[in-house]
Design a protein around this ligand. Structure first.
Ligand SMILES: [Zn+2]
Length: 381
């Protein structure tokens, strides 16, 4: 089988087989169940952009390859095979700990920003009470002196401390689950992902890895709405960066040669954090934002802990109806069915107008959501 490549797999490739039980922070989801491997959808008709028609029937040759290839050859073949895309991707959650460290400690990539991480707990009143909470320098500079003593520059960590910092962003230890994922890991990285240059640079890093695996399209979730604050991004001096400025920064970075060379088309979904008191306003803000930036943002998502009942789907029925009447069509891809207990969230989310359901896994035995999903041609991802 001379055309089966034996090249192109590197040790840092995310899709390479893992040798232990640990998984990256998250490959494409917002919950423990999201720690499953990425689901590669090879049918672009599910994307919110136009599909590409198949040109040749490769099925006979593929059957022959499946029968005759060794496991190693088959793995490398599948690795190199062009893939449609990843339609359920959380931009900042799809980053491996090593990448966070590399980018956040590279002053060229951070545009001069630097980060500090909490390596000591001297005062339990300093919240959150957690090691390896990482903050930008401008926030560190505003801390009281006593609090500064708890932090070290991220770039200066000794090897054992760096290893602990990296380990703090992994799930996989016994007992790990939603609590650690939502309440520890995300807060640890907020200070880095709120740097526009770090978060965008990490997207490009991901594009390069996706491209190496033959992935052609990523539809990733970014820019969180519903927090009640006008912006969450800041430059190295602490100046606020608006979401519209962020859109321009994304455009500018995606035009750079290395991003283009990745060979991956990227589109975005704006995310509404569903359980906050201002989530309805977040839906309105997300609609207005996506409408202003339809060249790159192709849909709206709602995410956040589904075991927080304040974010139940029915809460948003009126605001989605209002927005659908106000704006030309904007696609909806909404998380549902991620709770421990079976409930009506998948069905109710379909009523909101969702064309895709994120996860939809825990409700299957009772709700059989594929039936209404099939009727409405909704994708479960
Ligand atoms: Zn998700």
């Amino acid at each position: 089988m001379p055309h089966l490549s034996s090249q192109r797999i590197t040790p840092e490739t995310p899709s390479a087989p893992e040798t232990d039980s640990k998984r990256p922070l998250l490959n494409s989801s917002l919950g423990y169940t999201l720690l499953q491997p990425l689901v590669w959808l090879t049918v672009l008709s599910a994307a919110f952009i136009a599909p590409v028609p198949a040109q040749n029937d490769f099925s006979a040759r593929f059957e022959e390859i499946k029968k005759s290839a060794t496991d190693e050859q088959l793995y490398r073949f599948l690795y190199d095979l062009p893939k449609g895309g990843d339609l359920h991707n959380h931009q900042d959650g799809a980053v491996w700990p090593e990448w966070w460290y590399q980018v956040a400690t590279d002053p060229v990539k951070t545009h001069g920003d630097a980060f500090y991480t909490r390596t000591k707990i001297l005062d339990s009143k300093n919240s959150p009470i957690m090691y390896y909470n990482t903050i930008p320098k401008w926030r560190y500079d505003r801390l009281p002196e006593a609090s500064k003593a708890e932090y070290e520059p991220l770039a200066n960590l000794d090897a054992p401390t760096k290893a602990k910092w990296l380990a703090s962003l992994w799930l996989g230890d016994p007992g790990d689950g939603r609590e650690k994922f939502f309440e520890q890991i995300w807060p640890r990285i907020f200070g880095m992902l709120n740097s526009p240059y770090v978060t965008i640079e990490l997207l490009v890093e991901n594009m390069k890895r996706f491209g190496a695996e033959g992935v052609r399209y990523i539809e990733t979730q970014n820019l969180v709405f519903g927090l009640g604050a006008p912006t969450e991004f800041h430059d190295k001096d602490g100046n606020a960066i608006s979401v519209d400025q962020m859109a321009d920064l994304y455009r500018e970075r995606l035009r750079q040669p290395d991003a283009i060379a990745a060979g991956v088309t990227v589109r975005f979904q704006a995310v509404v954090l569903r359980f906050t008191p201002t989530a309805e306003q977040g839906v309105e803000d997300a609609y207005a934002f996506v409408d202003r930036h339809r060249d790159l943002w192709v849909g709206i998502n709602m995410a956040g802990r589904e075991d927080n009942e304040k974010g139940y789907p029915g809460r948003f029925l009126s605001v989605y109806r209002k927005m659908m009447g106000k704006y030309p069509a904007i696609s909806l891809s909404i998380h549902a069915g991620e709770s421990d207990e079976p409930n009506h969230h998948v069905r109710d989310t379909l009523f909101l107008g969702a064309q895709r359901i994120g996860h939809g896994s825990t409700s299957f035995p009772i709700l059989r959501p594929w039936k209404p999903c099939a009727r409405t041609r909704t994708w479960l991802r």
